[in-house]
Design a protein around this ligand. Structure first.
Ligand code: FES
Length: 249
């Protein structure tokens, strides 16, 4: 028999758990077989862990969405990129007892991302993120796959949905500049000219150097640059969809 005080403790555990069946070791020498459903006196319960406020997630990374659950069998996991105006399902039917789901972060920009958990049997939202998170698209390039960047001065122009057109210039053995190719006058895409030595805006004629500096107006600001990180050991260049004005021009 389970002593009364231990029964009380077990009862408490089961009240917030998802049920339990099996042998319970009580003091190293006594065991009792227990098989029962949770009491659910306080109704179904879900809570997201940990608080997500201020978290920044990068496109393509795995993020573990974690929660605690009581008296819930299955959940639908949803995310919103616009602070709860629209919701998209990440997982249609996840086991609540699993307590976690690995999510591949999509390649989208958002600083108003939320998660929520919906109990499937009642279709009720039982948990929602405490505060918005930030999603930033990320691109990984393995340099050996891009011979255009094999030498200093080499350039590579790419087009990706989360970035649009951009150009990478190798400025040194381990340094790069990653240019956003939208003109800083009114946003038209610029075209290469002079065998890739400069950029010309077809809208009002602004001209930029290969490194994005203004050669001729009406644009006054250089082309914006993307944040990036280069790992010389692995030869990987990671580009983040975070734009800033270049410091050198
Ligand atoms: S948009 Fe490029 S010069 Fe006006």
């Amino acid at each position: 028999m389970i002593p009364y005080n231990r029964r009380f403790f077990l009862e408490k555990l089961l009240r917030f758990g998802a049920g339990f069946t099996g042998l319970v070791m009580l003091n190293g020498c006594t065991a009792e077989y227990v098989s029962r459903q949770p009491i659910c006196e306080e109704g179904p319960f879900l809570k997201l862990l940990p608080p997500d406020a201020g978290l920044t997630l990068y496109g393509g990374d795995e993020h573990s969405i974690r929660w605690v659950a009581g008296c819930v069998d299955f959940v639908r996991i949803e995310f919103s990129r616009n602070n709860g105006i629209n919701w998209v399902a990440i997982a249609e039917k996840a086991r609540a007892a699993a307590g976690q789901f690995s999510w591949e972060v999509p390649q989208i920009s958002s600083d108003l991302t939320l998660f929520r958990l919906v109990e499937i049997s009642s279709n009720k939202v039982l948990a929602i993120s405490d505060a918005p998170m930030v999603l930033i698209p990320k691109l990984l390039l393995v340099l050996k796959n891009h011979p255009e960047l094999g030498k200093v001065g080499g350039t590579l122009t790419l087009d990706r949905p989360a970035f649009g057109q951009f150009s990478i210039v190798r400025t040194g053995e381990a340094t790069f500049k990653v240019l956003n190719l939208n003109c800083t006058h009114s946003g038209c895409p610029v075209d290469p000219e002079n065998n890739g030595e400069s950029w010309l805006c077809p809208c009002h004629g602004s001209q930029f150097s290969k490194l994005g500096c203004v050669l001729r107006g009406p644009a006054r600001r250089p082309l914006s640059v993307y944040d990036h990180k280069f790992d010389a050991n692995s030869g990987q260049l990671i580009v983040y969809n975070i734009l800033s004005e270049p410091s050198s021009c």
